[in-house]
Design a protein around this ligand. Structure first.
Ligand code: URA
Length: 194
């Protein structure tokens, strides 16, 4: 599984200059649920772990409320280096990092990929996405030559600046868990082992 951690990359000049370190995905390498965010923020850059800032707290607590720890799922980002001023990663930066994300998804082989917000949803569905409208919807996405189930979810940060998004976030998470539980009924789920 070492092959899914990136230890050295110089593909994006600006991100190489702005990052303190590369922030690789964390969690189970055989997770049923794989969450994809945008890019590391300041806290993630400092700690070397995705979703450990304020939006990470939202995600971590929502998982805990549903009986899951961070180590029970996989958590990663479209790009692994913090963009300056916390700007969105550019299309070019996302494309530079696509190979790493695809290799991670391929290796983990999750039952469901959950995209957190517009950037990862558009990146993996390769079309524009109205996240609030499409949150909780399930799609077939072609990722690294395989068809994957992808569930669109609002970004946890959205629940902080717009509390009315909380229900949409919670509903999408419940939907993701229900999909994994459904798989369990035919013996596929590993969530029951946690
Ligand atoms: N932290 C991350 O790791 N990713 C995001 O998209 C936001 C915060």
């Amino acid at each position: 599984m070492d092959d899914i951690a990136v230890h050295d990359c110089t593909r994006c000049e600006e991100l190489c200059a702005s990052r303190s370190r590369i922030v690789n995905g964390v969690g189970a390498t055989d997770a049923e649920l794989l969450f994809v965010g945008e890019a590391p923020g300041a806290q993630e850059d400092a700690e070397g772990e995705p979703f450990v800032g304020r939006s990470g707290d939202v995600l971590t607590e929502a998982l805990r409320d549903r009986g899951l720890a961070r180590r029970d799922v996989r958590i990663t980002n479209c790009v692994r280096c913090r963009p300056p001023e916390n700007r969105d990663p550019t299309v070019e930066e996302r494309e530079n990092c696509r190979e790493y994300l695809e290799a991670e998804i391929d290796a983990v082989d999750p039952a469901v990929v959950v995209t957190l917000g517009k950037v990862p949803s558009e990146h993996l569905l390769e079309r524009s996405v109205a996240v609030t409208k499409e949150a909780g919807t399930l799609h077939d996405a072609r990722i690294a030559g395989s068809t994957r189930r992808l569930l669109v979810c609002v970004h946890p940060a959205a629940t902080l600046y717009d509390p009315s998004q909380r229900e949409t976030f919670d509903d999408a998470l419940d939907e993701a868990l229900a999909l994994v539980d459904d798989e369990g009924s035919d013996g596929q789920s590993r969530l029951g082992d946690f």
